[in-house]
Design a binder for this molecule. Structure first.
Ligand SMILES: C[S@@+](CC[C@H](N)C(=O)[O-])C[C@H]1O[C@@H](n2cnc3c(N)ncnc32)[C@H](O)[C@@H]1O
Length: 291
């Protein structure tokens, strides 16, 4: 029996502590959408410049590089478990860079997913490349795939058009890197911005949907999900990140922060105010996690 590390009083935000491959095997609940930001395997002593200082960009033990065979077998193991936890009409988003994204694309296809898009997140404020021997790295890729080639998936086409000046949303998203206000509860070395995650949540789920993040880190996915009226389960093997996640959830439980953060998301995404306000009212939750 799984014991949650944390569950919010409103039951919309649950965290599990441990290895996602092991934990996902232990229950049979199915999710509407999965966002995964797995290790990119690029912590190999690289350097960059931050605030004028040369700094090592290693993220942690969990991100140390392995052989291509190891990267493939790790990706195969967790994507296979995620597939089991996805509803037939569900979709999965997986972020990465060239270090892991080709492995992920191949494994998604091998396991029977249909790749819908490869979104390029073009950072509007990337850090400089201090070697001056390459182009500045300014992009990350996010693969969006559905579980079944035949079962239709959720795509909120009109919402995406609406936040893109009434033009079809393209697969290149010009969004800034993480902002300082998003780190008020502490730092995670690879924290994703709420602007990226709120667009993902809005594009591919309806209000009340259940969203899983097997590599939750600081739980940006969960915060975006809750700000937009969706429910969330996050898993991480590092306790310090679960504490950070818990504090981020507590932060938005204060109504003034909840309102402020929704406004910030709206300002970034140019989201229609009426629709955002109606999201909360639509919540009628009819099913719950088994633990
Ligand atoms: C790239 S970070 C995710 C960052 C997150 N998207 C955010 O916005 O904060 C990957 C996370 O996965 C966790 N992790 C790595 N391997 C794991 C595993 N096998 N099971 C569960 N968590 C794992 C790490 O501790 C790390 O926090």
């Amino acid at each position: 029996m799984i014991v949650p590390y944390f569950r919010s009083p409103d039951r919309t935000f649950t965290l599990l502590h441990g290895d996602c491959i092991e934990l996902l095997k232990q229950f049979s609940f199915k999710f509407d959408m999965i966002f995964a930001d797995p290790p990119y395997f690029l912590s190999n002593g690289g350097i960059s410049v931050q605030s004028g200082k040369v700094v090592c960009v290693d993220k942690g033990e969990w991100d140390k590089g392995g052989t291509p065979e190891y990267v493939d077998s790790f990706n195969r193991a967790w994507i296979k478990e995620c597939r089991e936890k996805l509803k037939d009409n569900g979709t999965i988003w997986i972020s990465g860079t060239y270090h892991n994204i080709f492995s992920i694309a191949n494994i998604l296809t091998e396991l029977g997913f249909k790749i819908l898009n490869v979104v390029t997140w073009a950072k509007t404020n990337p850090p400089p490349n201090i070697s001056c021997r390459y182009f500045t790295y300014s992009t990350e890729f996010i693969i969006w795939a559905r579980k079944s080639p035949k079962v239709p998936h959720c795509y909120n086409y009109e919402v995406m058009k609406q936040i893109n000046e009434d033009k079809q949303m393209t697969d290149v998203w010009q969004l800034p890197a993480i902002a300082r206000w998003e780190k008020s509860c502490g730092k995670h070395p690879t924290q994703k911005p709420l602007s990226v995650l709120s667009r993902i949540v809005l594009a591919s789920t309806h209000s009340g949907a259940w969203i899983l993040d097997p590599f939750t880190g600081s739980s940006t996915t969960g915060i975006a999900a809750n700000l937009l009226g969706r429910r969330f389960l996050g898993i991480d093997k590092e306790e310090e990140y679960l504490i950070l996640s818990q504090n981020r959830k507590k932060e938005i439980e204060q109504i003034s922060n909840f309102t402020l953060f929704r406004k910030k998301i709206k300002d970034i995404a140019l989201l229609d105010r009426k629709r955002l306000l109606s999201v909360k009212e639509e919540n009628t939750f009819s099913y719950d996690l088994p633990f």
